[in-house]
Design a protein around this ligand. Sequence first.
Ligand code: SF4
Length: 489
Amino acid sequence: MLTKSDFLKHTQCYRYLWLYKYRKDLLPKEADLNLQKLFSEGYEVEPYAYKLFPGGVSAMAGEIKEQITLTKKLIKDGVKTIFQPTVTSYKLFCRGDILSFNTKAKAWDIYEIKSAVSVKGINIIDLAFQKICYESAGLPINKLHLIFVNKEFVRDGEVDPKKLLKVEDLTDQVKELISQVNLDIKSAHKILDLKEEPQIRILKQCSKPYPCDFSDYCQRDWPEHNIYNIAGGLSEKKLNLLLDQGILDIKDIPDDFLTNHKSIKHHQAVKHNKVYIEPDNIKADLSQLEYPLYFFDYETYSSAIPIFDGYRPYQQIPFQYSLHVLVKPNGKLEHYAYLAKDWSDPVPELAKTLKKQIGNKGSVLAWFASFEKGRNKEIAKHYPLFADFFEDINNRMFDPIMIFKNGYYVHKDFHGSASLKSVLPVLVPKLSYKELNIQEGGSASESWRKMIDPKTQAKEKKQIYDDLLKYCQLDTLAMVEILKVLQKL
Ligand code: SF4
């Protein structure tokens, strides 16, 4: 039986489809978390979409067999709109979001709900699969639509589904794809009949449209320094050329093969086990710094349905910052933090507190500063009272990541990445995220939402509060320590 969700995996690759069907045990734990987040965003949007169809009846009930029986019964009883209709037909299984009977056309209109803010190619494939599946189960299909989130929506009190959501008719696009999807369904069935896992090269399909959940498994035998992680990346053509020669290790890449200067340096670093440092360029960059130095980092939260008034879907809401301050070289390091505790827009209080702590002189250091700058611009727009302050901070921003992105410091153990989490363990091994309960921004964000939820127990709130403070503090302390290493050069 080929389900809709199994089938959609083929867009990544047929190996994914096979693994997803037969070897779910190989999925890493984080895949569950990512999936949960995706599901919870979907679940958030669904009730609003259902409100667009008053009188709709749900076909969700108990086990799959009961859902199929209930769907049939609702159709027989003349119900005009069915939520989560479930059907099977020859070797296909489908549970869509909404079927609505179009009396004039004497056929059903399909509505698929997505928590995204735009239509993607995969949504059209999804609808095409549904059309094929429903029609082969004897339900004539008329129009096909996608319901998705309107990115221009701004929350103002109670959410109005008609303003929050957009409905797009994709019937023509689906029709164009039907014959291809029919062929793909046949191929997918053949793949699922295979006893052995199909072998497929790791190429761009592994990260597009989404990073594949089986990446760790498919990469299990790779050398530590492999061609996929080379700084600057390799085109699919170049990857294929290397794979044709059986080259997987960066050190085995021929010297004249690479053209990008970042890749060349990384290659040399691995091949000769050397660290490449350009002290003059680093010094020139660091000479822009002006004391006091403010090491700054935001944690933010975003969701499909904005949780506070004045925000758009998926707009990042800063709820926490960590700020280390070094007034003069070798001076005493001070630390400040802000973490919102309650279910209300955290930004006004956060901005007020930050304004007291960042003076009007000195450089503000943020790793991947474009993120912090973007949030500052949004705060300035949203709260004009703070506009001058945040504009000034942005003008004084310095991004240490550029030293690594520009290849002034290249270490093979950065694995081609300039992220803080790649650079820190190499330059400052004594600092680590490993001991923390919260180790990355995604879980910080979800934990915060849980913490401010009035339903969460006080003890758990306190634990999350402490964990969040530790996590964000490490992000800025990491910058302080990395800067020390760079300054010593
Ligand atoms: S990692 Fe790549 S090759 Fe492996 S299953 Fe995923 S998409 Fe396919």
